[in-house]
Structures are given as C-alpha cells and as structure tokens.
Design a protein around this ligand. Structure first.
Ligand SMILES: Nc1ncnc2c1ncn2[C@@H]1O[C@H](COP(=O)(O)OP(=O)(O)O)[C@@H](O)[C@H]1O
Ligand SMILES: [Mg+2]
Length: 262
C-alpha cells in the first residue's frame, strides 16, 4: 500500500475545509479505504469533530510530533499519537501547533518537517488527509510540501474568487521549489444553495474562470443544517443522517476523487 497524501487547503476560513476533511475521511472509509486524517490547524476544529473534548490538554498532537522533528529528535512511537473515531484514524492538533509555527520560521530547511513525519505512514494507509489553517504561513507550506495534491474548497457565498489566485500561485511555487509531484486535485464547491440564483451564477463564474486550467469537481456540496448538527454529535453527516443531501454529496465526491486519483 502506498497511500496518497491529500491536503484540504485555502487561504480563506469558513469555506468548509474542516467539514470536507472530516466527511471525506468518513466517505473514503465507507468505501473500504484505510484513512488517516491529520489536523494541522492550531484551532483543532477537526479534532473537535473527531470527539476530542479536552483539547487544550492533549499531549499527543501533531504539534508535539512536529516539535520533536524540528529538534531533530523524531518520536519512535508514532502510534501513540494516532487515535480513532468511527474507523477513521486521526492525529489531533491544538494550540501547541502555533508554538511550532513560530519556531518553524526560524529554522533552516523547515518545509519538509511534516513530510518527514507522514512519509513513513504512507505504507499503512490508502489516503492521508490533512486539514489546514486559513493562512499561507509556514505550517500550510509544510502541509503542501508533504502532499501529492490539494483539494481547494470554495464557498460560492464568500466572494469565491478573491484570494484564490494567491493560493494557486503558492501551489505553483511549492511545485517548482520543493515538491515537483504536487498538483491541484481540483476545486470543490461547498455550501451551495442550488435554489438561489446567486449560487448558480457564482458556480458558473468559477467554472468559466478555471476551465482548462484547474478541474472543478462535478460534485457540489449543498448547504444543509444537518452538517452542523452532525458535527455537534461528532459524526460525519452521512452517519448522522444517511439521507441527507450533503452526506450523499460527500460520498459522490469521494468516488469522483478516487476516479481522478486512479
Ligand atoms: N455543507 C454545509 N452546510 C451547512 N453548513 C456547513 C456546510 N459545510 C460547512 N458548514 C459550516 O460552515 C462553517 C465553516 O466550515 P469549516 O469546515 O469549519 O470551514 P473552514 O475549515 O474552511 O474554516 C462551520 O460552522 C460548518 O459547520
Ligand atoms: Mg477549519
């Protein structure tokens, strides 16, 4: 097994990165894939989705693994850092990751720290999914440098295009300077309210702008209150409400992605 490492990234917050990482992890798991989800945002939202209650006091987080890597004292017992929720393996994150962020900026050759941690885990998983923070800082660069591809969630309600070009530029810099195999898997439209005209117009706009340049996934994720409810119960939306439109959409998205990934 040689797993693919896929990062969910965007310099914008509130576009559905965390919800996508969580629900995609669940959908891939239901399709029989072995998945590791890595929380790489110091806010720890993915860890909360996974049911971690006392986040502040977690001591087995990705931040701790990163700090050990930076100090050149990598931790042997990585398994101690891997937890499980509903069949999905995950590594949590909390505010400690922001200390790592500060430190990374002062380190030489620090772009590959996360890659060094995840590479040895590739042979244990079909997919390793990384959730990132809405910045283009040193942590996000580490995530992009570790990955094979990036899914860019775009919320059409939030002035979809603004800032997207900056992110795409960063992706191409990463490819040229650090990680030549890196590519954009595609743009995923999240929180689409298909009933509104605005949403239709914005979806078209995204399609027109990036046609031929970047894939826009055919599957769009609809807006539904079930997503928030499911997160509250630490469940994927498909698990919480099997008939929910968003759950079905995330399953379809997982299939589309695997098709793409080959
Ligand atoms: N399809 C959806 N329908 C309704 N609410 C959603 C949907 N996707 C995400 N949300 C909500 O939008 C907010 C932002 O999503 P989140 O995944 O945390 O974004 P990000 O990680 O990009 O900041 C959260 O409150 C989440 O519950
Ligand atoms: Mg998030």
């Amino acid at each position: 097994m040689k797993g693919k490492i896929i990062v969910c990234g965007s310099q914008k917050g509130g576009v559905g990165k965390t919800v996508t990482t969580f629900n995609l992890a669940y959908a891939l798991t239901s399709l029989g894939k072995k998945v590791l989800a890595v929380d790489f945002d110091s806010q720890g939202n993915l860890s909360t989705c996974m049911g971690i209650e006392d986040l502040r006091n977690e001591e087995k987080t990705i931040g701790h693994l990163m700090m050990a890597e930076i100090e050149d004292e990598p931790i042997e017992a990585v398994d101690d850092f891997i937890q499980n929720n509903a069949g999905i393996d995950f590594i949590s994150a909390n505010v400690y990751l922001s200390a790592v962020d500060t430190k990374l900026r002062l380190e030489m050759g620090a772009e590959k720290m996360l890659s060094n941690i995840l590479e040895p885990l590739r042979n244990r998983y079909d997919y390793i999914l990384i959730d990132t923070a809405p910045t283009l800082g040193s942590l996000t660069i580490n995530a992009l440098a570790a990955a094979d591809s990036v899914i860019i969630p775009v919320n059409p309600q939030l002035l979809a295009m603004m800032g997207l070009q900056d992110f795409i530029k960063t992706v191409s810099k990463i490819r040229h300077r650090i990680n030549p195999r890196f590519e954009i898997a595609g743009i995923l439209l999240t929180m689409c309210d298909s009933r509104t005209n605005l949403c239709k117009v914005l979806v078209e706009e995204v399609n027109d702008t990036f046609k031929g340049q970047i894939k826009v996934f055919e599957t769009c994720i609809p807006t539904t209150v079930k997503v928030g409810e499911a997160v509250y119960y630490n469940m994927a939306v498909e698990q919480y409400s099997p008939k929910s439109t968003a759950g079905i959409a995330y399953r379809n998205f997982a299939k589309e992605l695997i098709g793409y990934e080959g």
